[in-house]
Design a binder for this molecule. Sequence first.
Ligand SMILES: [Zn+2]
Length: 443
Amino acid sequence: METLIRNARVVMTMNDTDDAPQNTDILVRDGVIAALGQGLATTGDVIDASDCVVTPGLVNTHHHLYQTLTRAVPGGQDALLFGWLKTLYPIWSRFGPEEMYISAQIGLAELALSGCTLSSDHLYLYPNGARLDDTIAAAREVGLRFHPTRGAMSIGESAGGLPPDALVEAEQAILEDCIRVIDAFHDPSEGAMVRVGVAPCSPFSVSRELMRDAAILARDKGVMLHTHLAENDEDIAYSEAQFGCRPGQYAEELGWVGDDVWHAHCVKLDRAEIDLFARTRTGVAHCPCSNCRLGSGIAPVRAMRDAGVPVGLGVDGSASNDAGSLIGEARQTMLLQRVVNGADAMSAREALRIATRGGAEVLGRHDVGQITVGKRADIAMWDVSGIESAGSWDVAALLLAGPQQVRHLMVEGREIVRDGHLVTFDLAQAIVRQNTLARRLAG
Ligand SMILES: [Zn+2]
């Protein structure tokens, strides 16, 4: 099967030499980029991209898709992390399989419209029969490449943890279900549409033993590890009080560093922790809007990148953002680093590179994240003929003054968004169901 993307105004390839050819065609065959150049021909479909800046699909490295059902909950709107969690836990405990499925569909659709072709997800609570399988079914329907992680919480309130006892699971059951979902869904091969990871929720909601056993299990199975780390000052204080060390040391002691590990947030990493992450190639999911929303601080992304830490972007759960726009996160990344380090601290091009190839590398995907012959055809096409781009001189306008949504989006050579609309499933119907479920949860 072939598709020709014809006459793209600019292709920001994100290849090793950062080429950005103009008036260029991209030939896609059987899900792979087959050729790049001018005057290419096809017998298949043609997409006119003469009004478009074309980029690799954006990669989302941190999300809790289920939270799209709890956006803008009044009691959590203005709270810090721990207070925010305590407001939302009782609501989440009423979720079940249908809530997980619909909320994932909505979250992934929102990501697709904002240019995302590959998303991870961190699902760490399984009330009322909910399973990781529910979100994988949703991703298949939407058509995005998907890296769900089997999250978990095991220390409830009665044992000194933060979550209510009803939302925690026995550690043995957690490990057994990790094995089940890896065996059922994880695909290590090139071009994989689903890869599963192991992801205890955070050091403050599981035991030291589960952190250690999860790392052993993930390495045994050849899958990646993910959790939250060093999110804000409360998080650091908790680590020092409970474990007698900083989060980076805790992670290192339990096997949670390496190129098969990525941590969300890392707002409060200190110099030694940044060096540790760089040395071990441990990845970071930077979630700038969530960090702003919860007042957590500004992650030292400039220092991380300069040291060689792999950094990708995440929208984070929609209860703490509350939007799910990945192109918006790229813009916010650029702006926040400038707040701290000055106007030349991060260019629009660098932020886009973090959003695409950076995220792909954090997720261990070397087959996506760039528009290069032989890589998978995950491609976003941004219409720059609209009002927000009128008068723009340069492709940096994609972040400085660009469209908020894609015109076309392709995953593995398959069209997901065409002319600004999702074509894989009935989004309008899903929105109606989502709102019905949200009203039911609100009682
Ligand atoms: Zn998170």
